[in-house]
Each structure stands twice: as C-alpha cells, then as structure tokens.
Design a protein around this ligand. Structure first.
Ligand code: FAD
Length: 475
C-alpha cells in the first residue's frame, strides 16, 4: 500500500461522469443508493464538453450564417453578414459551461458525492483513485463503469493541435480557416467538416470506405453527397492516406486511390476516424473480473451486468452505437437494477441523427437489412419534402421520409429521413416502432397542419397506394 493511502467504504461507485455516468448516479441516488461518482476530467464527459453540445452549437451557428444567402434570395436581405470568430467561439464555450454547471447542480441536489481522480480496479469490489496530490481506495458494494471513449489515432498523423487537429480543435479554435482536409467521412467528420464549410472554409473530406456515412441508406448518402458538393465540399472516397509533410504554411497529405497516388494540401488536417472505448490496462478490468469481447467492448447482459455481478457497464464501452442517448438509457437500466428494481435493456431501436444540413435521421431497420430478414414481405414508401406545405414555407424542399414496413402485417420496421428537422421528426418513428405501430396507425393518426410531421401519414398513404399530395403512377 502506498504510504498515506486510505480506504473508504462506499455503497455505489460510478466511474466516469459523462452522460452515462452522471445520469446513472442521479437515478441510483433517487432510488435510495448512496452514490460516489469518480471523474478524472470534466463532469459531463465527451458529450457535454467536447462532443454533442459544442458541436451542435457550432453547427447551429454555421447553419444560420449559411441560411442568410438563401434568405436574401427569398426577400430578407441582411447586409454585411460576417463571422466574428471570437464571439462565435465564446458562444460554443458558453453552451458547454451552462450545461456542465447545470449537471453539477443536479448531482449536488441528488446528494451524489463527486471524487476527482482516475479510478482503477484493484480487486472485485475495490478501486484505487489517483488524484493530483493523493491516492485513495474505495471498497464498494456495487459499481457502474462508464468510462466512455477517446478519438481513434491514425498511424502517421499524430495530433499536434497546430497542423494536425482533432475534433476538439475544430470546435473551439476561434478562427475561420482558409482550407482544411478532414480525414474520416463518418458522422463526426461530416458534421464538423460541413459546419466549417458553411463558415467559409474550403473543406476536403477523405474517406477510406467506398462511401461516406457507412450504414446510412444509399440514396440518403447520395443526397448528402449532392448537398456537400453544392456547398463546395470535396469528398473523396476509397482513399488511403499514406502520410503528410509540412511545406511552408501547408500540410501536404499523400493519398492513394487504388494504384493512383497524389498529394493534396491545405492549411491543416483534422483526423476523425472513429473512437475507441476507454478500457486500457490502467483500468485494471482483470482485477475486477470484468471481461471484454472480440469487439473490444465490455460484455454485459440485458441488465448491463458484467461478468462481475457487482459491476455494471454502460455507454460507449459496451456494444452498440457510441451515442449519448444510448448511454442515458443504459444508465437508467443499470441504476435501477443496482437499486433492486426489475429493469432490463429491451429497446427495439436506437435512433441515430447526423446533424448535417439537411439533417439525416434513422430508427429501425434499413431497407437492405429488412429484405434480408423478411424477403418479399417488405414494403417501402417515400414522401418527398417538396410535397409538404411546411417544408415549402421553410424553404426546405430537399429530402424525403422513407418508411419500411412488413407487407402483410403492415408493422413498421424502419424510418429514414433526410431533410430539415429530421432530428426531431425521428422520435415519432422510434415511438411508433417501439409500440409496434402499423402503416395504418400512422395514416390514421391526425397530425397537425402545416407541419413536417404530416409526412408520416402521407408516406403511410403512399405505402397504402392512396396518397393525397403526390401523384402515384397507376398500375
Ligand atoms: C465531436 C462529437 C460529437 C458528438 N455528437 C453526438 C451527438 O450529436 N449525439 C450523440 O448521441 N452522441 C454524440 N457524440 C457521442 C457522445 O459524446 C458519446 O456517445 C457519449 O459522450 C458517451 O457517453 P459515456 O457516458 O459513455 O462516456 P463519455 O462521455 O466519454 O464520458 C466518460 C467519462 O469518463 C471519464 N473517465 C474515463 N476513464 C476514467 C477513469 N479511469 N476514472 C475516472 N474517470 C474516467 C472521462 O474523463 C469522461 O468524462 C459525439 C461525440 C463527439 C466526439
């Protein structure tokens, strides 16, 4: 034992204060557990500090700026619109500060004790906490592990935060760059790349896979590529990046496309090639008897319990998409189980949103997967934004709502949307799928007019072959 190290007893220890950890702590406390939350960095985790919140603040501002062009064409002329990078950066930081201090207050109100430091397991029911000036130990009855994820590194592109950047650099640096190369065409690269393009940066996106946003419906990928092209964003797919050199004030990236290799240059390059769970050897998972699967995530059952029945795991470190709302959901399951309630992870769908302009959102099965599982018993129906009154009023005629359902029972299997406000529209789809709704349920539910949500009953009517606002070929 380290000299001066002391051991405390705790009822429930939560490791990690991101959306998973802090919401698990609050729920467990509400249900009567006495909770200690250990965080090595900032409360709020990736989502509040360097992820969802600041990125959406930046995206929102870049959208508003970009919209000014369109507004001028529609009769609202705003002279001399320009970006003040410092004020813009302060707005992004302000949104983070507001939310993180709010979460601290919630934790305080819930009587959650916050311990600053890095936790590692030293046994099946004990952690060691290393803080700046001391080391301590906590023996726990139960533990919820929510250590989240970090950016995946790319060989040959060590992030120096000057020329080679990560997503955090793109969120907080108070400059509008002249040009930028983004390595990675996943949702973070596309969201942040296109936000910077809307602020005036010339952006080139390099993706290794044959298409950007892998997993998204192919026609939605195409729509988005069209939008990016219109915005002046260059997208190169099937590209291997080989390395880079600095030439004067430029970064020169060597790329290979099949047998062709060439160089492209820009003032900086941002690496956004995915994220890896924070489950390194320092965490001491072996000491706790917590096991990891082939996908490098913690193995859990439907109650979020690991191989150690007193240790639960949630969020980015367990299988499934790395999304904050998934972490929130799993947090509540784990906290409730830890408090002795009969909870379980039985979600049918985890909706996903890509905050591009227009937005992309999905819930449930894709068309290909639906056909693989259900063969001919599948019906697909689409309704375009351009046939919706509200979309016209908003000047947002690009996009569509795509429904996928079973042909015989008409049960809804999946919904995919590209278009303005898809992020809000998708919740209705998630609820409908969770409740086992059918195409007829959607068609017969009265939706307010004029709203974008009317595209649900309209698309359902297309599936029934009886659309009101679009012309369908007969026969
Ligand atoms: C740029 C960007 C944009 C994103 N946008 C979205 C979005 O729009 N919507 C969405 O749903 N998701 C988004 N995400 C993903 C989202 O941020 C994550 O899915 C979410 O934060 C995961 O929550 P978590 O609680 O599992 O982990 P995290 O938020 O990663 O939190 C884990 C916490 O644990 C702490 N920790 C780690 N190890 C230890 C240890 N040993 N001891 C003590 N503390 C430790 C870390 O410091 C961290 O604070 C985005 C991510 C990024 C990077």
């Amino acid at each position: 034992m380290v000299v001066g190290e002391f051991t405390e007893q705790a009822d429930l220890v939560v490791i990690g204060g991101g959306p998973g950890g802090y919401s698990a702590a609050i729920r467990a406390s509400q249900l009567g557990r006495s909770v200690t939350l250990v965080e090595r960095g900032d409360i709020g985790g990736v989502c509040l500090n360097v992820g969802c919140i600041p990125s959406k603040a930046l995206i929102e501002l870049s959208n508003r700026f970009h919209e000014l062009d369109g507004l001028a064409k529609r009769g609202v002329v705003t002279e001399d619109a320009h970006i003040d990078p410092i004020a813009l950066s302060q707005t992004v930081t302000g949104s983070v500060e507001r939310l993180t201090s709010g979460v601290r207050q919630l934790l305080k109100a819930a009587d959650v004790e916050i311990v600053e430091g890095e936790a590692s397991f030293v046994g099946p029911n004990e952690v060691r906490i290393r803080a700046a000036h001391e080391t301590s130990r906590i023996k726990f009855k139960d533990c919820i592990l929510a250590t989240g994820s970090s950016p995946r590194e790319l060989d040959g592109f060590a992030v120096d935060h000057q020329r080679v950047l990560d997503s955090t650099d793109l969120l907080f640096s108070p400059v509008v760059r002249r040009d930028l190369i983004v390595i990675g065409g996943g949702y973070i690269g596309i969201e942040l790349g296109s936000a910077h393009a809307r602020l005036g940066t010339r952006v080139t996106i390099l993706e290794m896979a044959p298409e950007i946003l892998m997993g998204v419906e192919p026609e939605i990928q195409r729509t988005l590529r069209g939008v990016l092209k219109q915005m002046g964003v260059e997208v190169h797919t099937g590209i291997a990046v080989k390395g880079f050199k600095i030439a004067g004030d430029a970064v020169v990236v060597e790329i290979q496309n099949g047998s062709d290799s060439k160089e492209i240059r820009a003032g900086s390059v941002a690496v956004m090639v995915g994220r890896v769970p924070n489950l390194g050897p320092d965490l001491g998972l072996g000491e706790a008897g917590v096991t990891i699967g082939a996908d490098q995530r913690v193995i859990v059952d439907e109650q979020m319990r690991t191989a150690n029945p007193h240790v639960f795991a949630i969020g980015d470190i367990v299988p499934g998409p790395m999304l904050a709302h998934k972490a929130y959901y799993e947090a509540k399951v784990a906290a409730e189980v830890a408090a002795g309630h009969a909870a379980g992870n039985d979600a049918t769908v985890i909706p996903a949103v890509i905050f591009t302009e227009p937005e992309v959102a999905s819930a449930g099965l894709g068309e290909q997967e639906a056909r693989t599982r259900h063969g001919d018993d599948v019906v697909v129906a689409r309704f375009p934004y351009r046939a919706n009154g509200r979309a016209i009023v908003l000047g947002a005629a690009v996009g569509e709502v795509k429904l996928i359902a079973l042909k015989d029972s008409k049960r809804l299997l999946g919904v995919h949307i590209v278009g303005v406000d898809a992020s809000n529209l998708i919740s209705e789809a998630a609820l409908a799928i969770e409740l086992g709704a059918t195409i007829d349920d959607l068609a017969l539910t009265i939706h307010p007019h004029p709203t974008l949500s009317e595209m649900y009953p309209e698309a359902a009517e297309v599936a029934q072959g009886l659309p009101t606002h679009i012309i369908m070929q007969r026969g």
